[in-house]
Design a protein around this ligand. Structure first.
Ligand code: NDP
Length: 296
């Protein structure tokens, strides 16, 4: 293997440490404790794990965590009422509605009912527009984590060719916006892209956010490129025993690591950075709400 492994787990721990130090200063100097409310509707097992981890890490950095678990049959009206209450609650600085929502709930409507200043996921239409026009906004956590790792590894990103595979509102599109903001030349590839392998081979920075296990092979990667693998896919692992699974990314790690200059592993790459950035966003929202200088 030739690539440097970008250790997202260690990086995320350092981000959380920084957030924790700033939280304790906020408490000591201003008597303010940042608060994050997480809303989970229904019983999706993966979402339950995410919500539990978010709550645990929120408390670990010294913030208040408010968990709202609602039954799957919750009506849109009931959910909107809860969000209105959280919007009005001065102890709540960040609100996150865990996606996906059950089918009978309109996700766009629900997300856009969150006060944009408390929208720590950065999915509200106002934050999407602010990011696209280069204004101060809440930035979606997963692409923000990817950007932080890229800046840490490369320093300035200006002039680099970046290819983002995937165009979801949650990852691909905001990732492309952030890279553009950092003056990369950005190409967004998706399921209809022609000659995708050739396009990927031109990338100095290759971000994979597809949801297809190990789709991107080593021969799609430009020698020396930095590869950020957002994908989290559970695949059967009979070698670990009957019915066992393991996590892999959207990149075929073994072959890509032979060619890339640097690469994020799965697990232990982008994943841990996402929650760390959620906590950083909550701290930022809290500082803004109290007219205090923004944390760096
Ligand atoms: P979506 O399913 O919303 O989007 C997937 C994107 O990949 C779409 O734009 C789709 O194109 C594109 N795509 C699908 N098949 C192909 C193909 N064969 N070739 C090229 N492009 C393709 O997924 P998300 O963006 O929400 O998530 C992507 C991955 O990242 C998933 O594995 C998810 O689990 C993971 N994830 C990880 C997070 C983390 O914290 N690490 C957070 C969020 C997601 P089209 O638009 O044309 O359909």
């Amino acid at each position: 293997m030739t690539a440097t492994i970008i250790d997202g787990k260690a990086f995320a721990a350092s981000v959380r440490e920084k957030v924790a130090a700033q939280v304790s200063r906020l408490k000591a100097d201003h008597g303010i404790t940042p608060g994050l409310a997480v809303v989970l509707v229904g019983e999706d097992p993966a979402s339950e794990v995410y919500v539990r981890n978010k709550g645990k890490q929120t408390v670990e950095v010294g913030m208040n965590s408010y968990e709202h678990k609602l039954p799957a049959e919750t009506s849109e009206g009931e959910l909107l009422e809860l969000i209105a209450r959280l919007n009005a609650d001065p102890a709540v600085h960040g609100i996150l509605v865990q996606l996906p929502l059950p089918k009978h709930l309109n996700e766009d409507l629900v997300i856009n009912s969150i006060d944009p200043a408390k929208d720590v996921d950065g999915f509200h239409i106002s934050n999407v527009g602010l990011l696209a026009t280069g204004q101060k906004s809440m930035v979606p956590c997963t692409p923000l984590g990817c950007l932080m790792m890229l800046r840490d590894h490369h320093g300035a990103l200006s002039g680099l060719n970046a290819v983002v595979v995937g165009r979801s509102n949650i990852v691909g599109k905001p990732m492309a916006q952030l890279l553009l903001r950092d003056s990369c030349t950005v190409t967004v590839a998706h399921s209809r892209t022609k000659d995708i392998e050739e396009i990927c081979r031109r990338a100095d920075i290759l971000v994979a956010a597809v949801g297809r296990p190990e789709m991107i092979k080593g021969d799609w990667v430009k020698p020396g490129a930095t590869v950020i693998d957002v994908g989290i896919n559970r695949i059967p692992a009979p070698e670990k025993g009957e019915g066992k699974h393991r996590l892999v990314g959207d990149v075929d790690f073994a072959s890509a690591a032979e060619v890339a200059g640097a690469i994020t592993p799965v697990p232990g790459g982008v994943g841990p950075m996402t929650i760390a950035c959620l906590l950083a966003n909550t701290l930022t929202a809290c500082a803004r709400a109290n007219n205090l200088p923004e944390p760096e």
